[in-house]
Design a protein around this ligand. Structure first.
Ligand code: GLU
Length: 444
């Protein structure tokens, strides 16, 4: 049995009942076979056995009182996966599907994503099975305060720096930071990112994941003589990633024809009106189906399955993990889609990867293509350390540079190891080598 297969067996045995974590590890390990053949020093130092095991995992009780005066209890998580190249860094996800396996898959991916940014950030992730849907503002605040009361014991600007993810946006970050500040009696701006602009947040952070995704894809398709100008684009999701990916794609001359949420998707062949979507999603916090009331020429479908059967040139899955399977991938290919970029973390299944690779579709994995969010978080940390703020254009230019570099580094790594054009392999290798070399340098 090969070395990576042996490690994989151990991961499955030690982390039973965590299929998403197994999936994320398997994808990386498959890519790394040629790296271990060339670099026996990694095998001797047990880098792989170490990198699949989080440095620390914290699981805690989050009690809070709802609007009826009833005590509710949720479970909180923070997985501090790898601190070789910088403080643990990664978002917090509040969603009923959250469990330790989900947080571990996200934390594991974050190690390589953060390494790819070229910035000094390690990998971590956290969250809770709390469901923010339908909760009042007061309930959200009390939950965030209770969550931070425990989390504050484990984080710090040079230790572990959380941010947002699904279910955690500007409002939640505000409550979390406010509670941290009270507990510590200290204004430690760099302890959390995605902050509001009045208290240490960075311009472009809100747009960064979506804009970065499009900057990455623009570079990737340029290599094949294509561009966003005139392209038809399908995007799943309608959170922060999807909305700002759509905004940048439109600015570059594309027509974005679909967006979705967990209740279904909207199709507007004339191109989605983003002001309407922002009003519905960011201001009113309502369902995407509201869109067709304002734009009756658009259609709403009350299931997410069909979104990938809409003909498009470029698809940007930006909702959640495993939302695009092998069958959906076949439909995209049959309809002429030539590029897919993951705005969410691991939205395409391994079967979908196979379909894209076999059909020469440009496929950009999330750990490369959606790294713009965390990269801009690292730029927020830099500004906090310097106690100054850069302009929108300055942050945006840095973000664009970072995304273009990630594309070229992933592409070059794929070529060097004999997998030209395979950005999955290239991203995994490029992300891994920097962390592995640092772990070698640090000893065990
Ligand atoms: N949740 C985002 C991600 O998946 C951003 C994390 C951050 O900014 O720390 O990368």
């Amino acid at each position: 049995m090969s070395y990576t297969k042996q490690v994989m067996e151990q991961v499955i045995k030690r982390n039973s009942g965590e299929p998403e974590f197994h999936q994320a590890v398997l994808e990386v390990l498959d890519s790394l076979e040629p790296v271990f053949e060339k670099n026996p020093q990694y095998v001797n130092a047990g880098i792989l056995e170490r990198i699949v095991e989080p440095e620390r995992q914290i699981i805690f009780r989050v009690p809070w009182v709802d609007d009826q005066g009833k005590v509710q209890v949720n479970r909180g998580f923070r997985v501090q996966f790898n601190s070789a190249i910088g403080p643990y860094k990664g978002g917090l996800r509040f969603h009923p599907s959250v469990n330790v396996g989900i947080i571990k898959f996200l934390g594991f991916e974050q190690i390589f994503k953060n390494s790819l940014t070229g910035l000094p950030i390690g990998g971590g992730k956290g969250g809770s099975d709390f469901d923010p849907k339908g909760k009042s503002d007061g309930e959200i605040m009390r939950f965030c305060q209770s969550f931070m009361t425990e989390l504050s014991k484990h984080i710090g600007a040079d230790t572990d720096v959380p941010a947002g993810d699904i279910g955690v946006g500007g409002r939640e970050i505000g409550y979390l930071f406010g509670q941290y500040k009270k507990l510590r009696n200290m204004f430690e701006a760099g302890v959390i990112t995605g902050k509001g602009l009045t208290y240490g947040g960075s311009l472009v952070r809100t747009q960064a994941t979506g804009y970065g995704l499009v900057y990455f894809m623009e570079e990737a398709i340029k290599a094949k003589g294509k561009s966003f100008d005139g392209a038809t684009v399908v995007i799943s999701g309608s959170g922060n990633v999807a909305i700002y990916a759509a905004e940048k794609a439109q600015q570059l001359g594309s027509t974005v024809v679909a967006l979705s949420d967990s209740s279904g998707y909207i199709y507007d062949k004339n191109g989605i009106n983003l002001d309407t979507v922002k009003q519905i999603k960011e201001v009113e916090r309502k369902r995407i189906s509201e869109y067709v009331k304002i734009h009756p020429s658009a259609e709403f479908f009350n299931s997410c399955d069909g979104i990938w059967s809409i003909p498009c040139d470029i698809a940007l899955p930006s909702a959640t993990q495993n939302e695009l399977d092998g069958e959906a991938a076949k439909k995209l290919v049959a309809n002429g889609c030539y590029a897919v970029g993951e705005g969410a973390n691991m939205p395409a299944t391994p079967d979908a990867h196979k379909v894209f690779l076999e059909n020469n579709v440009i496929f950009a994995p999330g750990k490369a293509a959606n790294a713009g969010g965390v990269a801009t978080s690292a730029l927020e940390m830099s500004q906090n350390s310097m106690r100054l703020s850069w302009t929108f254009d300055e942050v945006d230019a840095r973000l664009k540079d970072i995304m273009i570099n990630i594309y070229h580094n992933a592409s070059a790594a794929a070529k060097e190891y004999g997998f030209e054009g395979n950005l999955i392999v290239g991203s995994n290798i490029a992300g891994f080598i920097k962390v592995a070399d640092t772990m070698l340098a640090h000893g065990i």
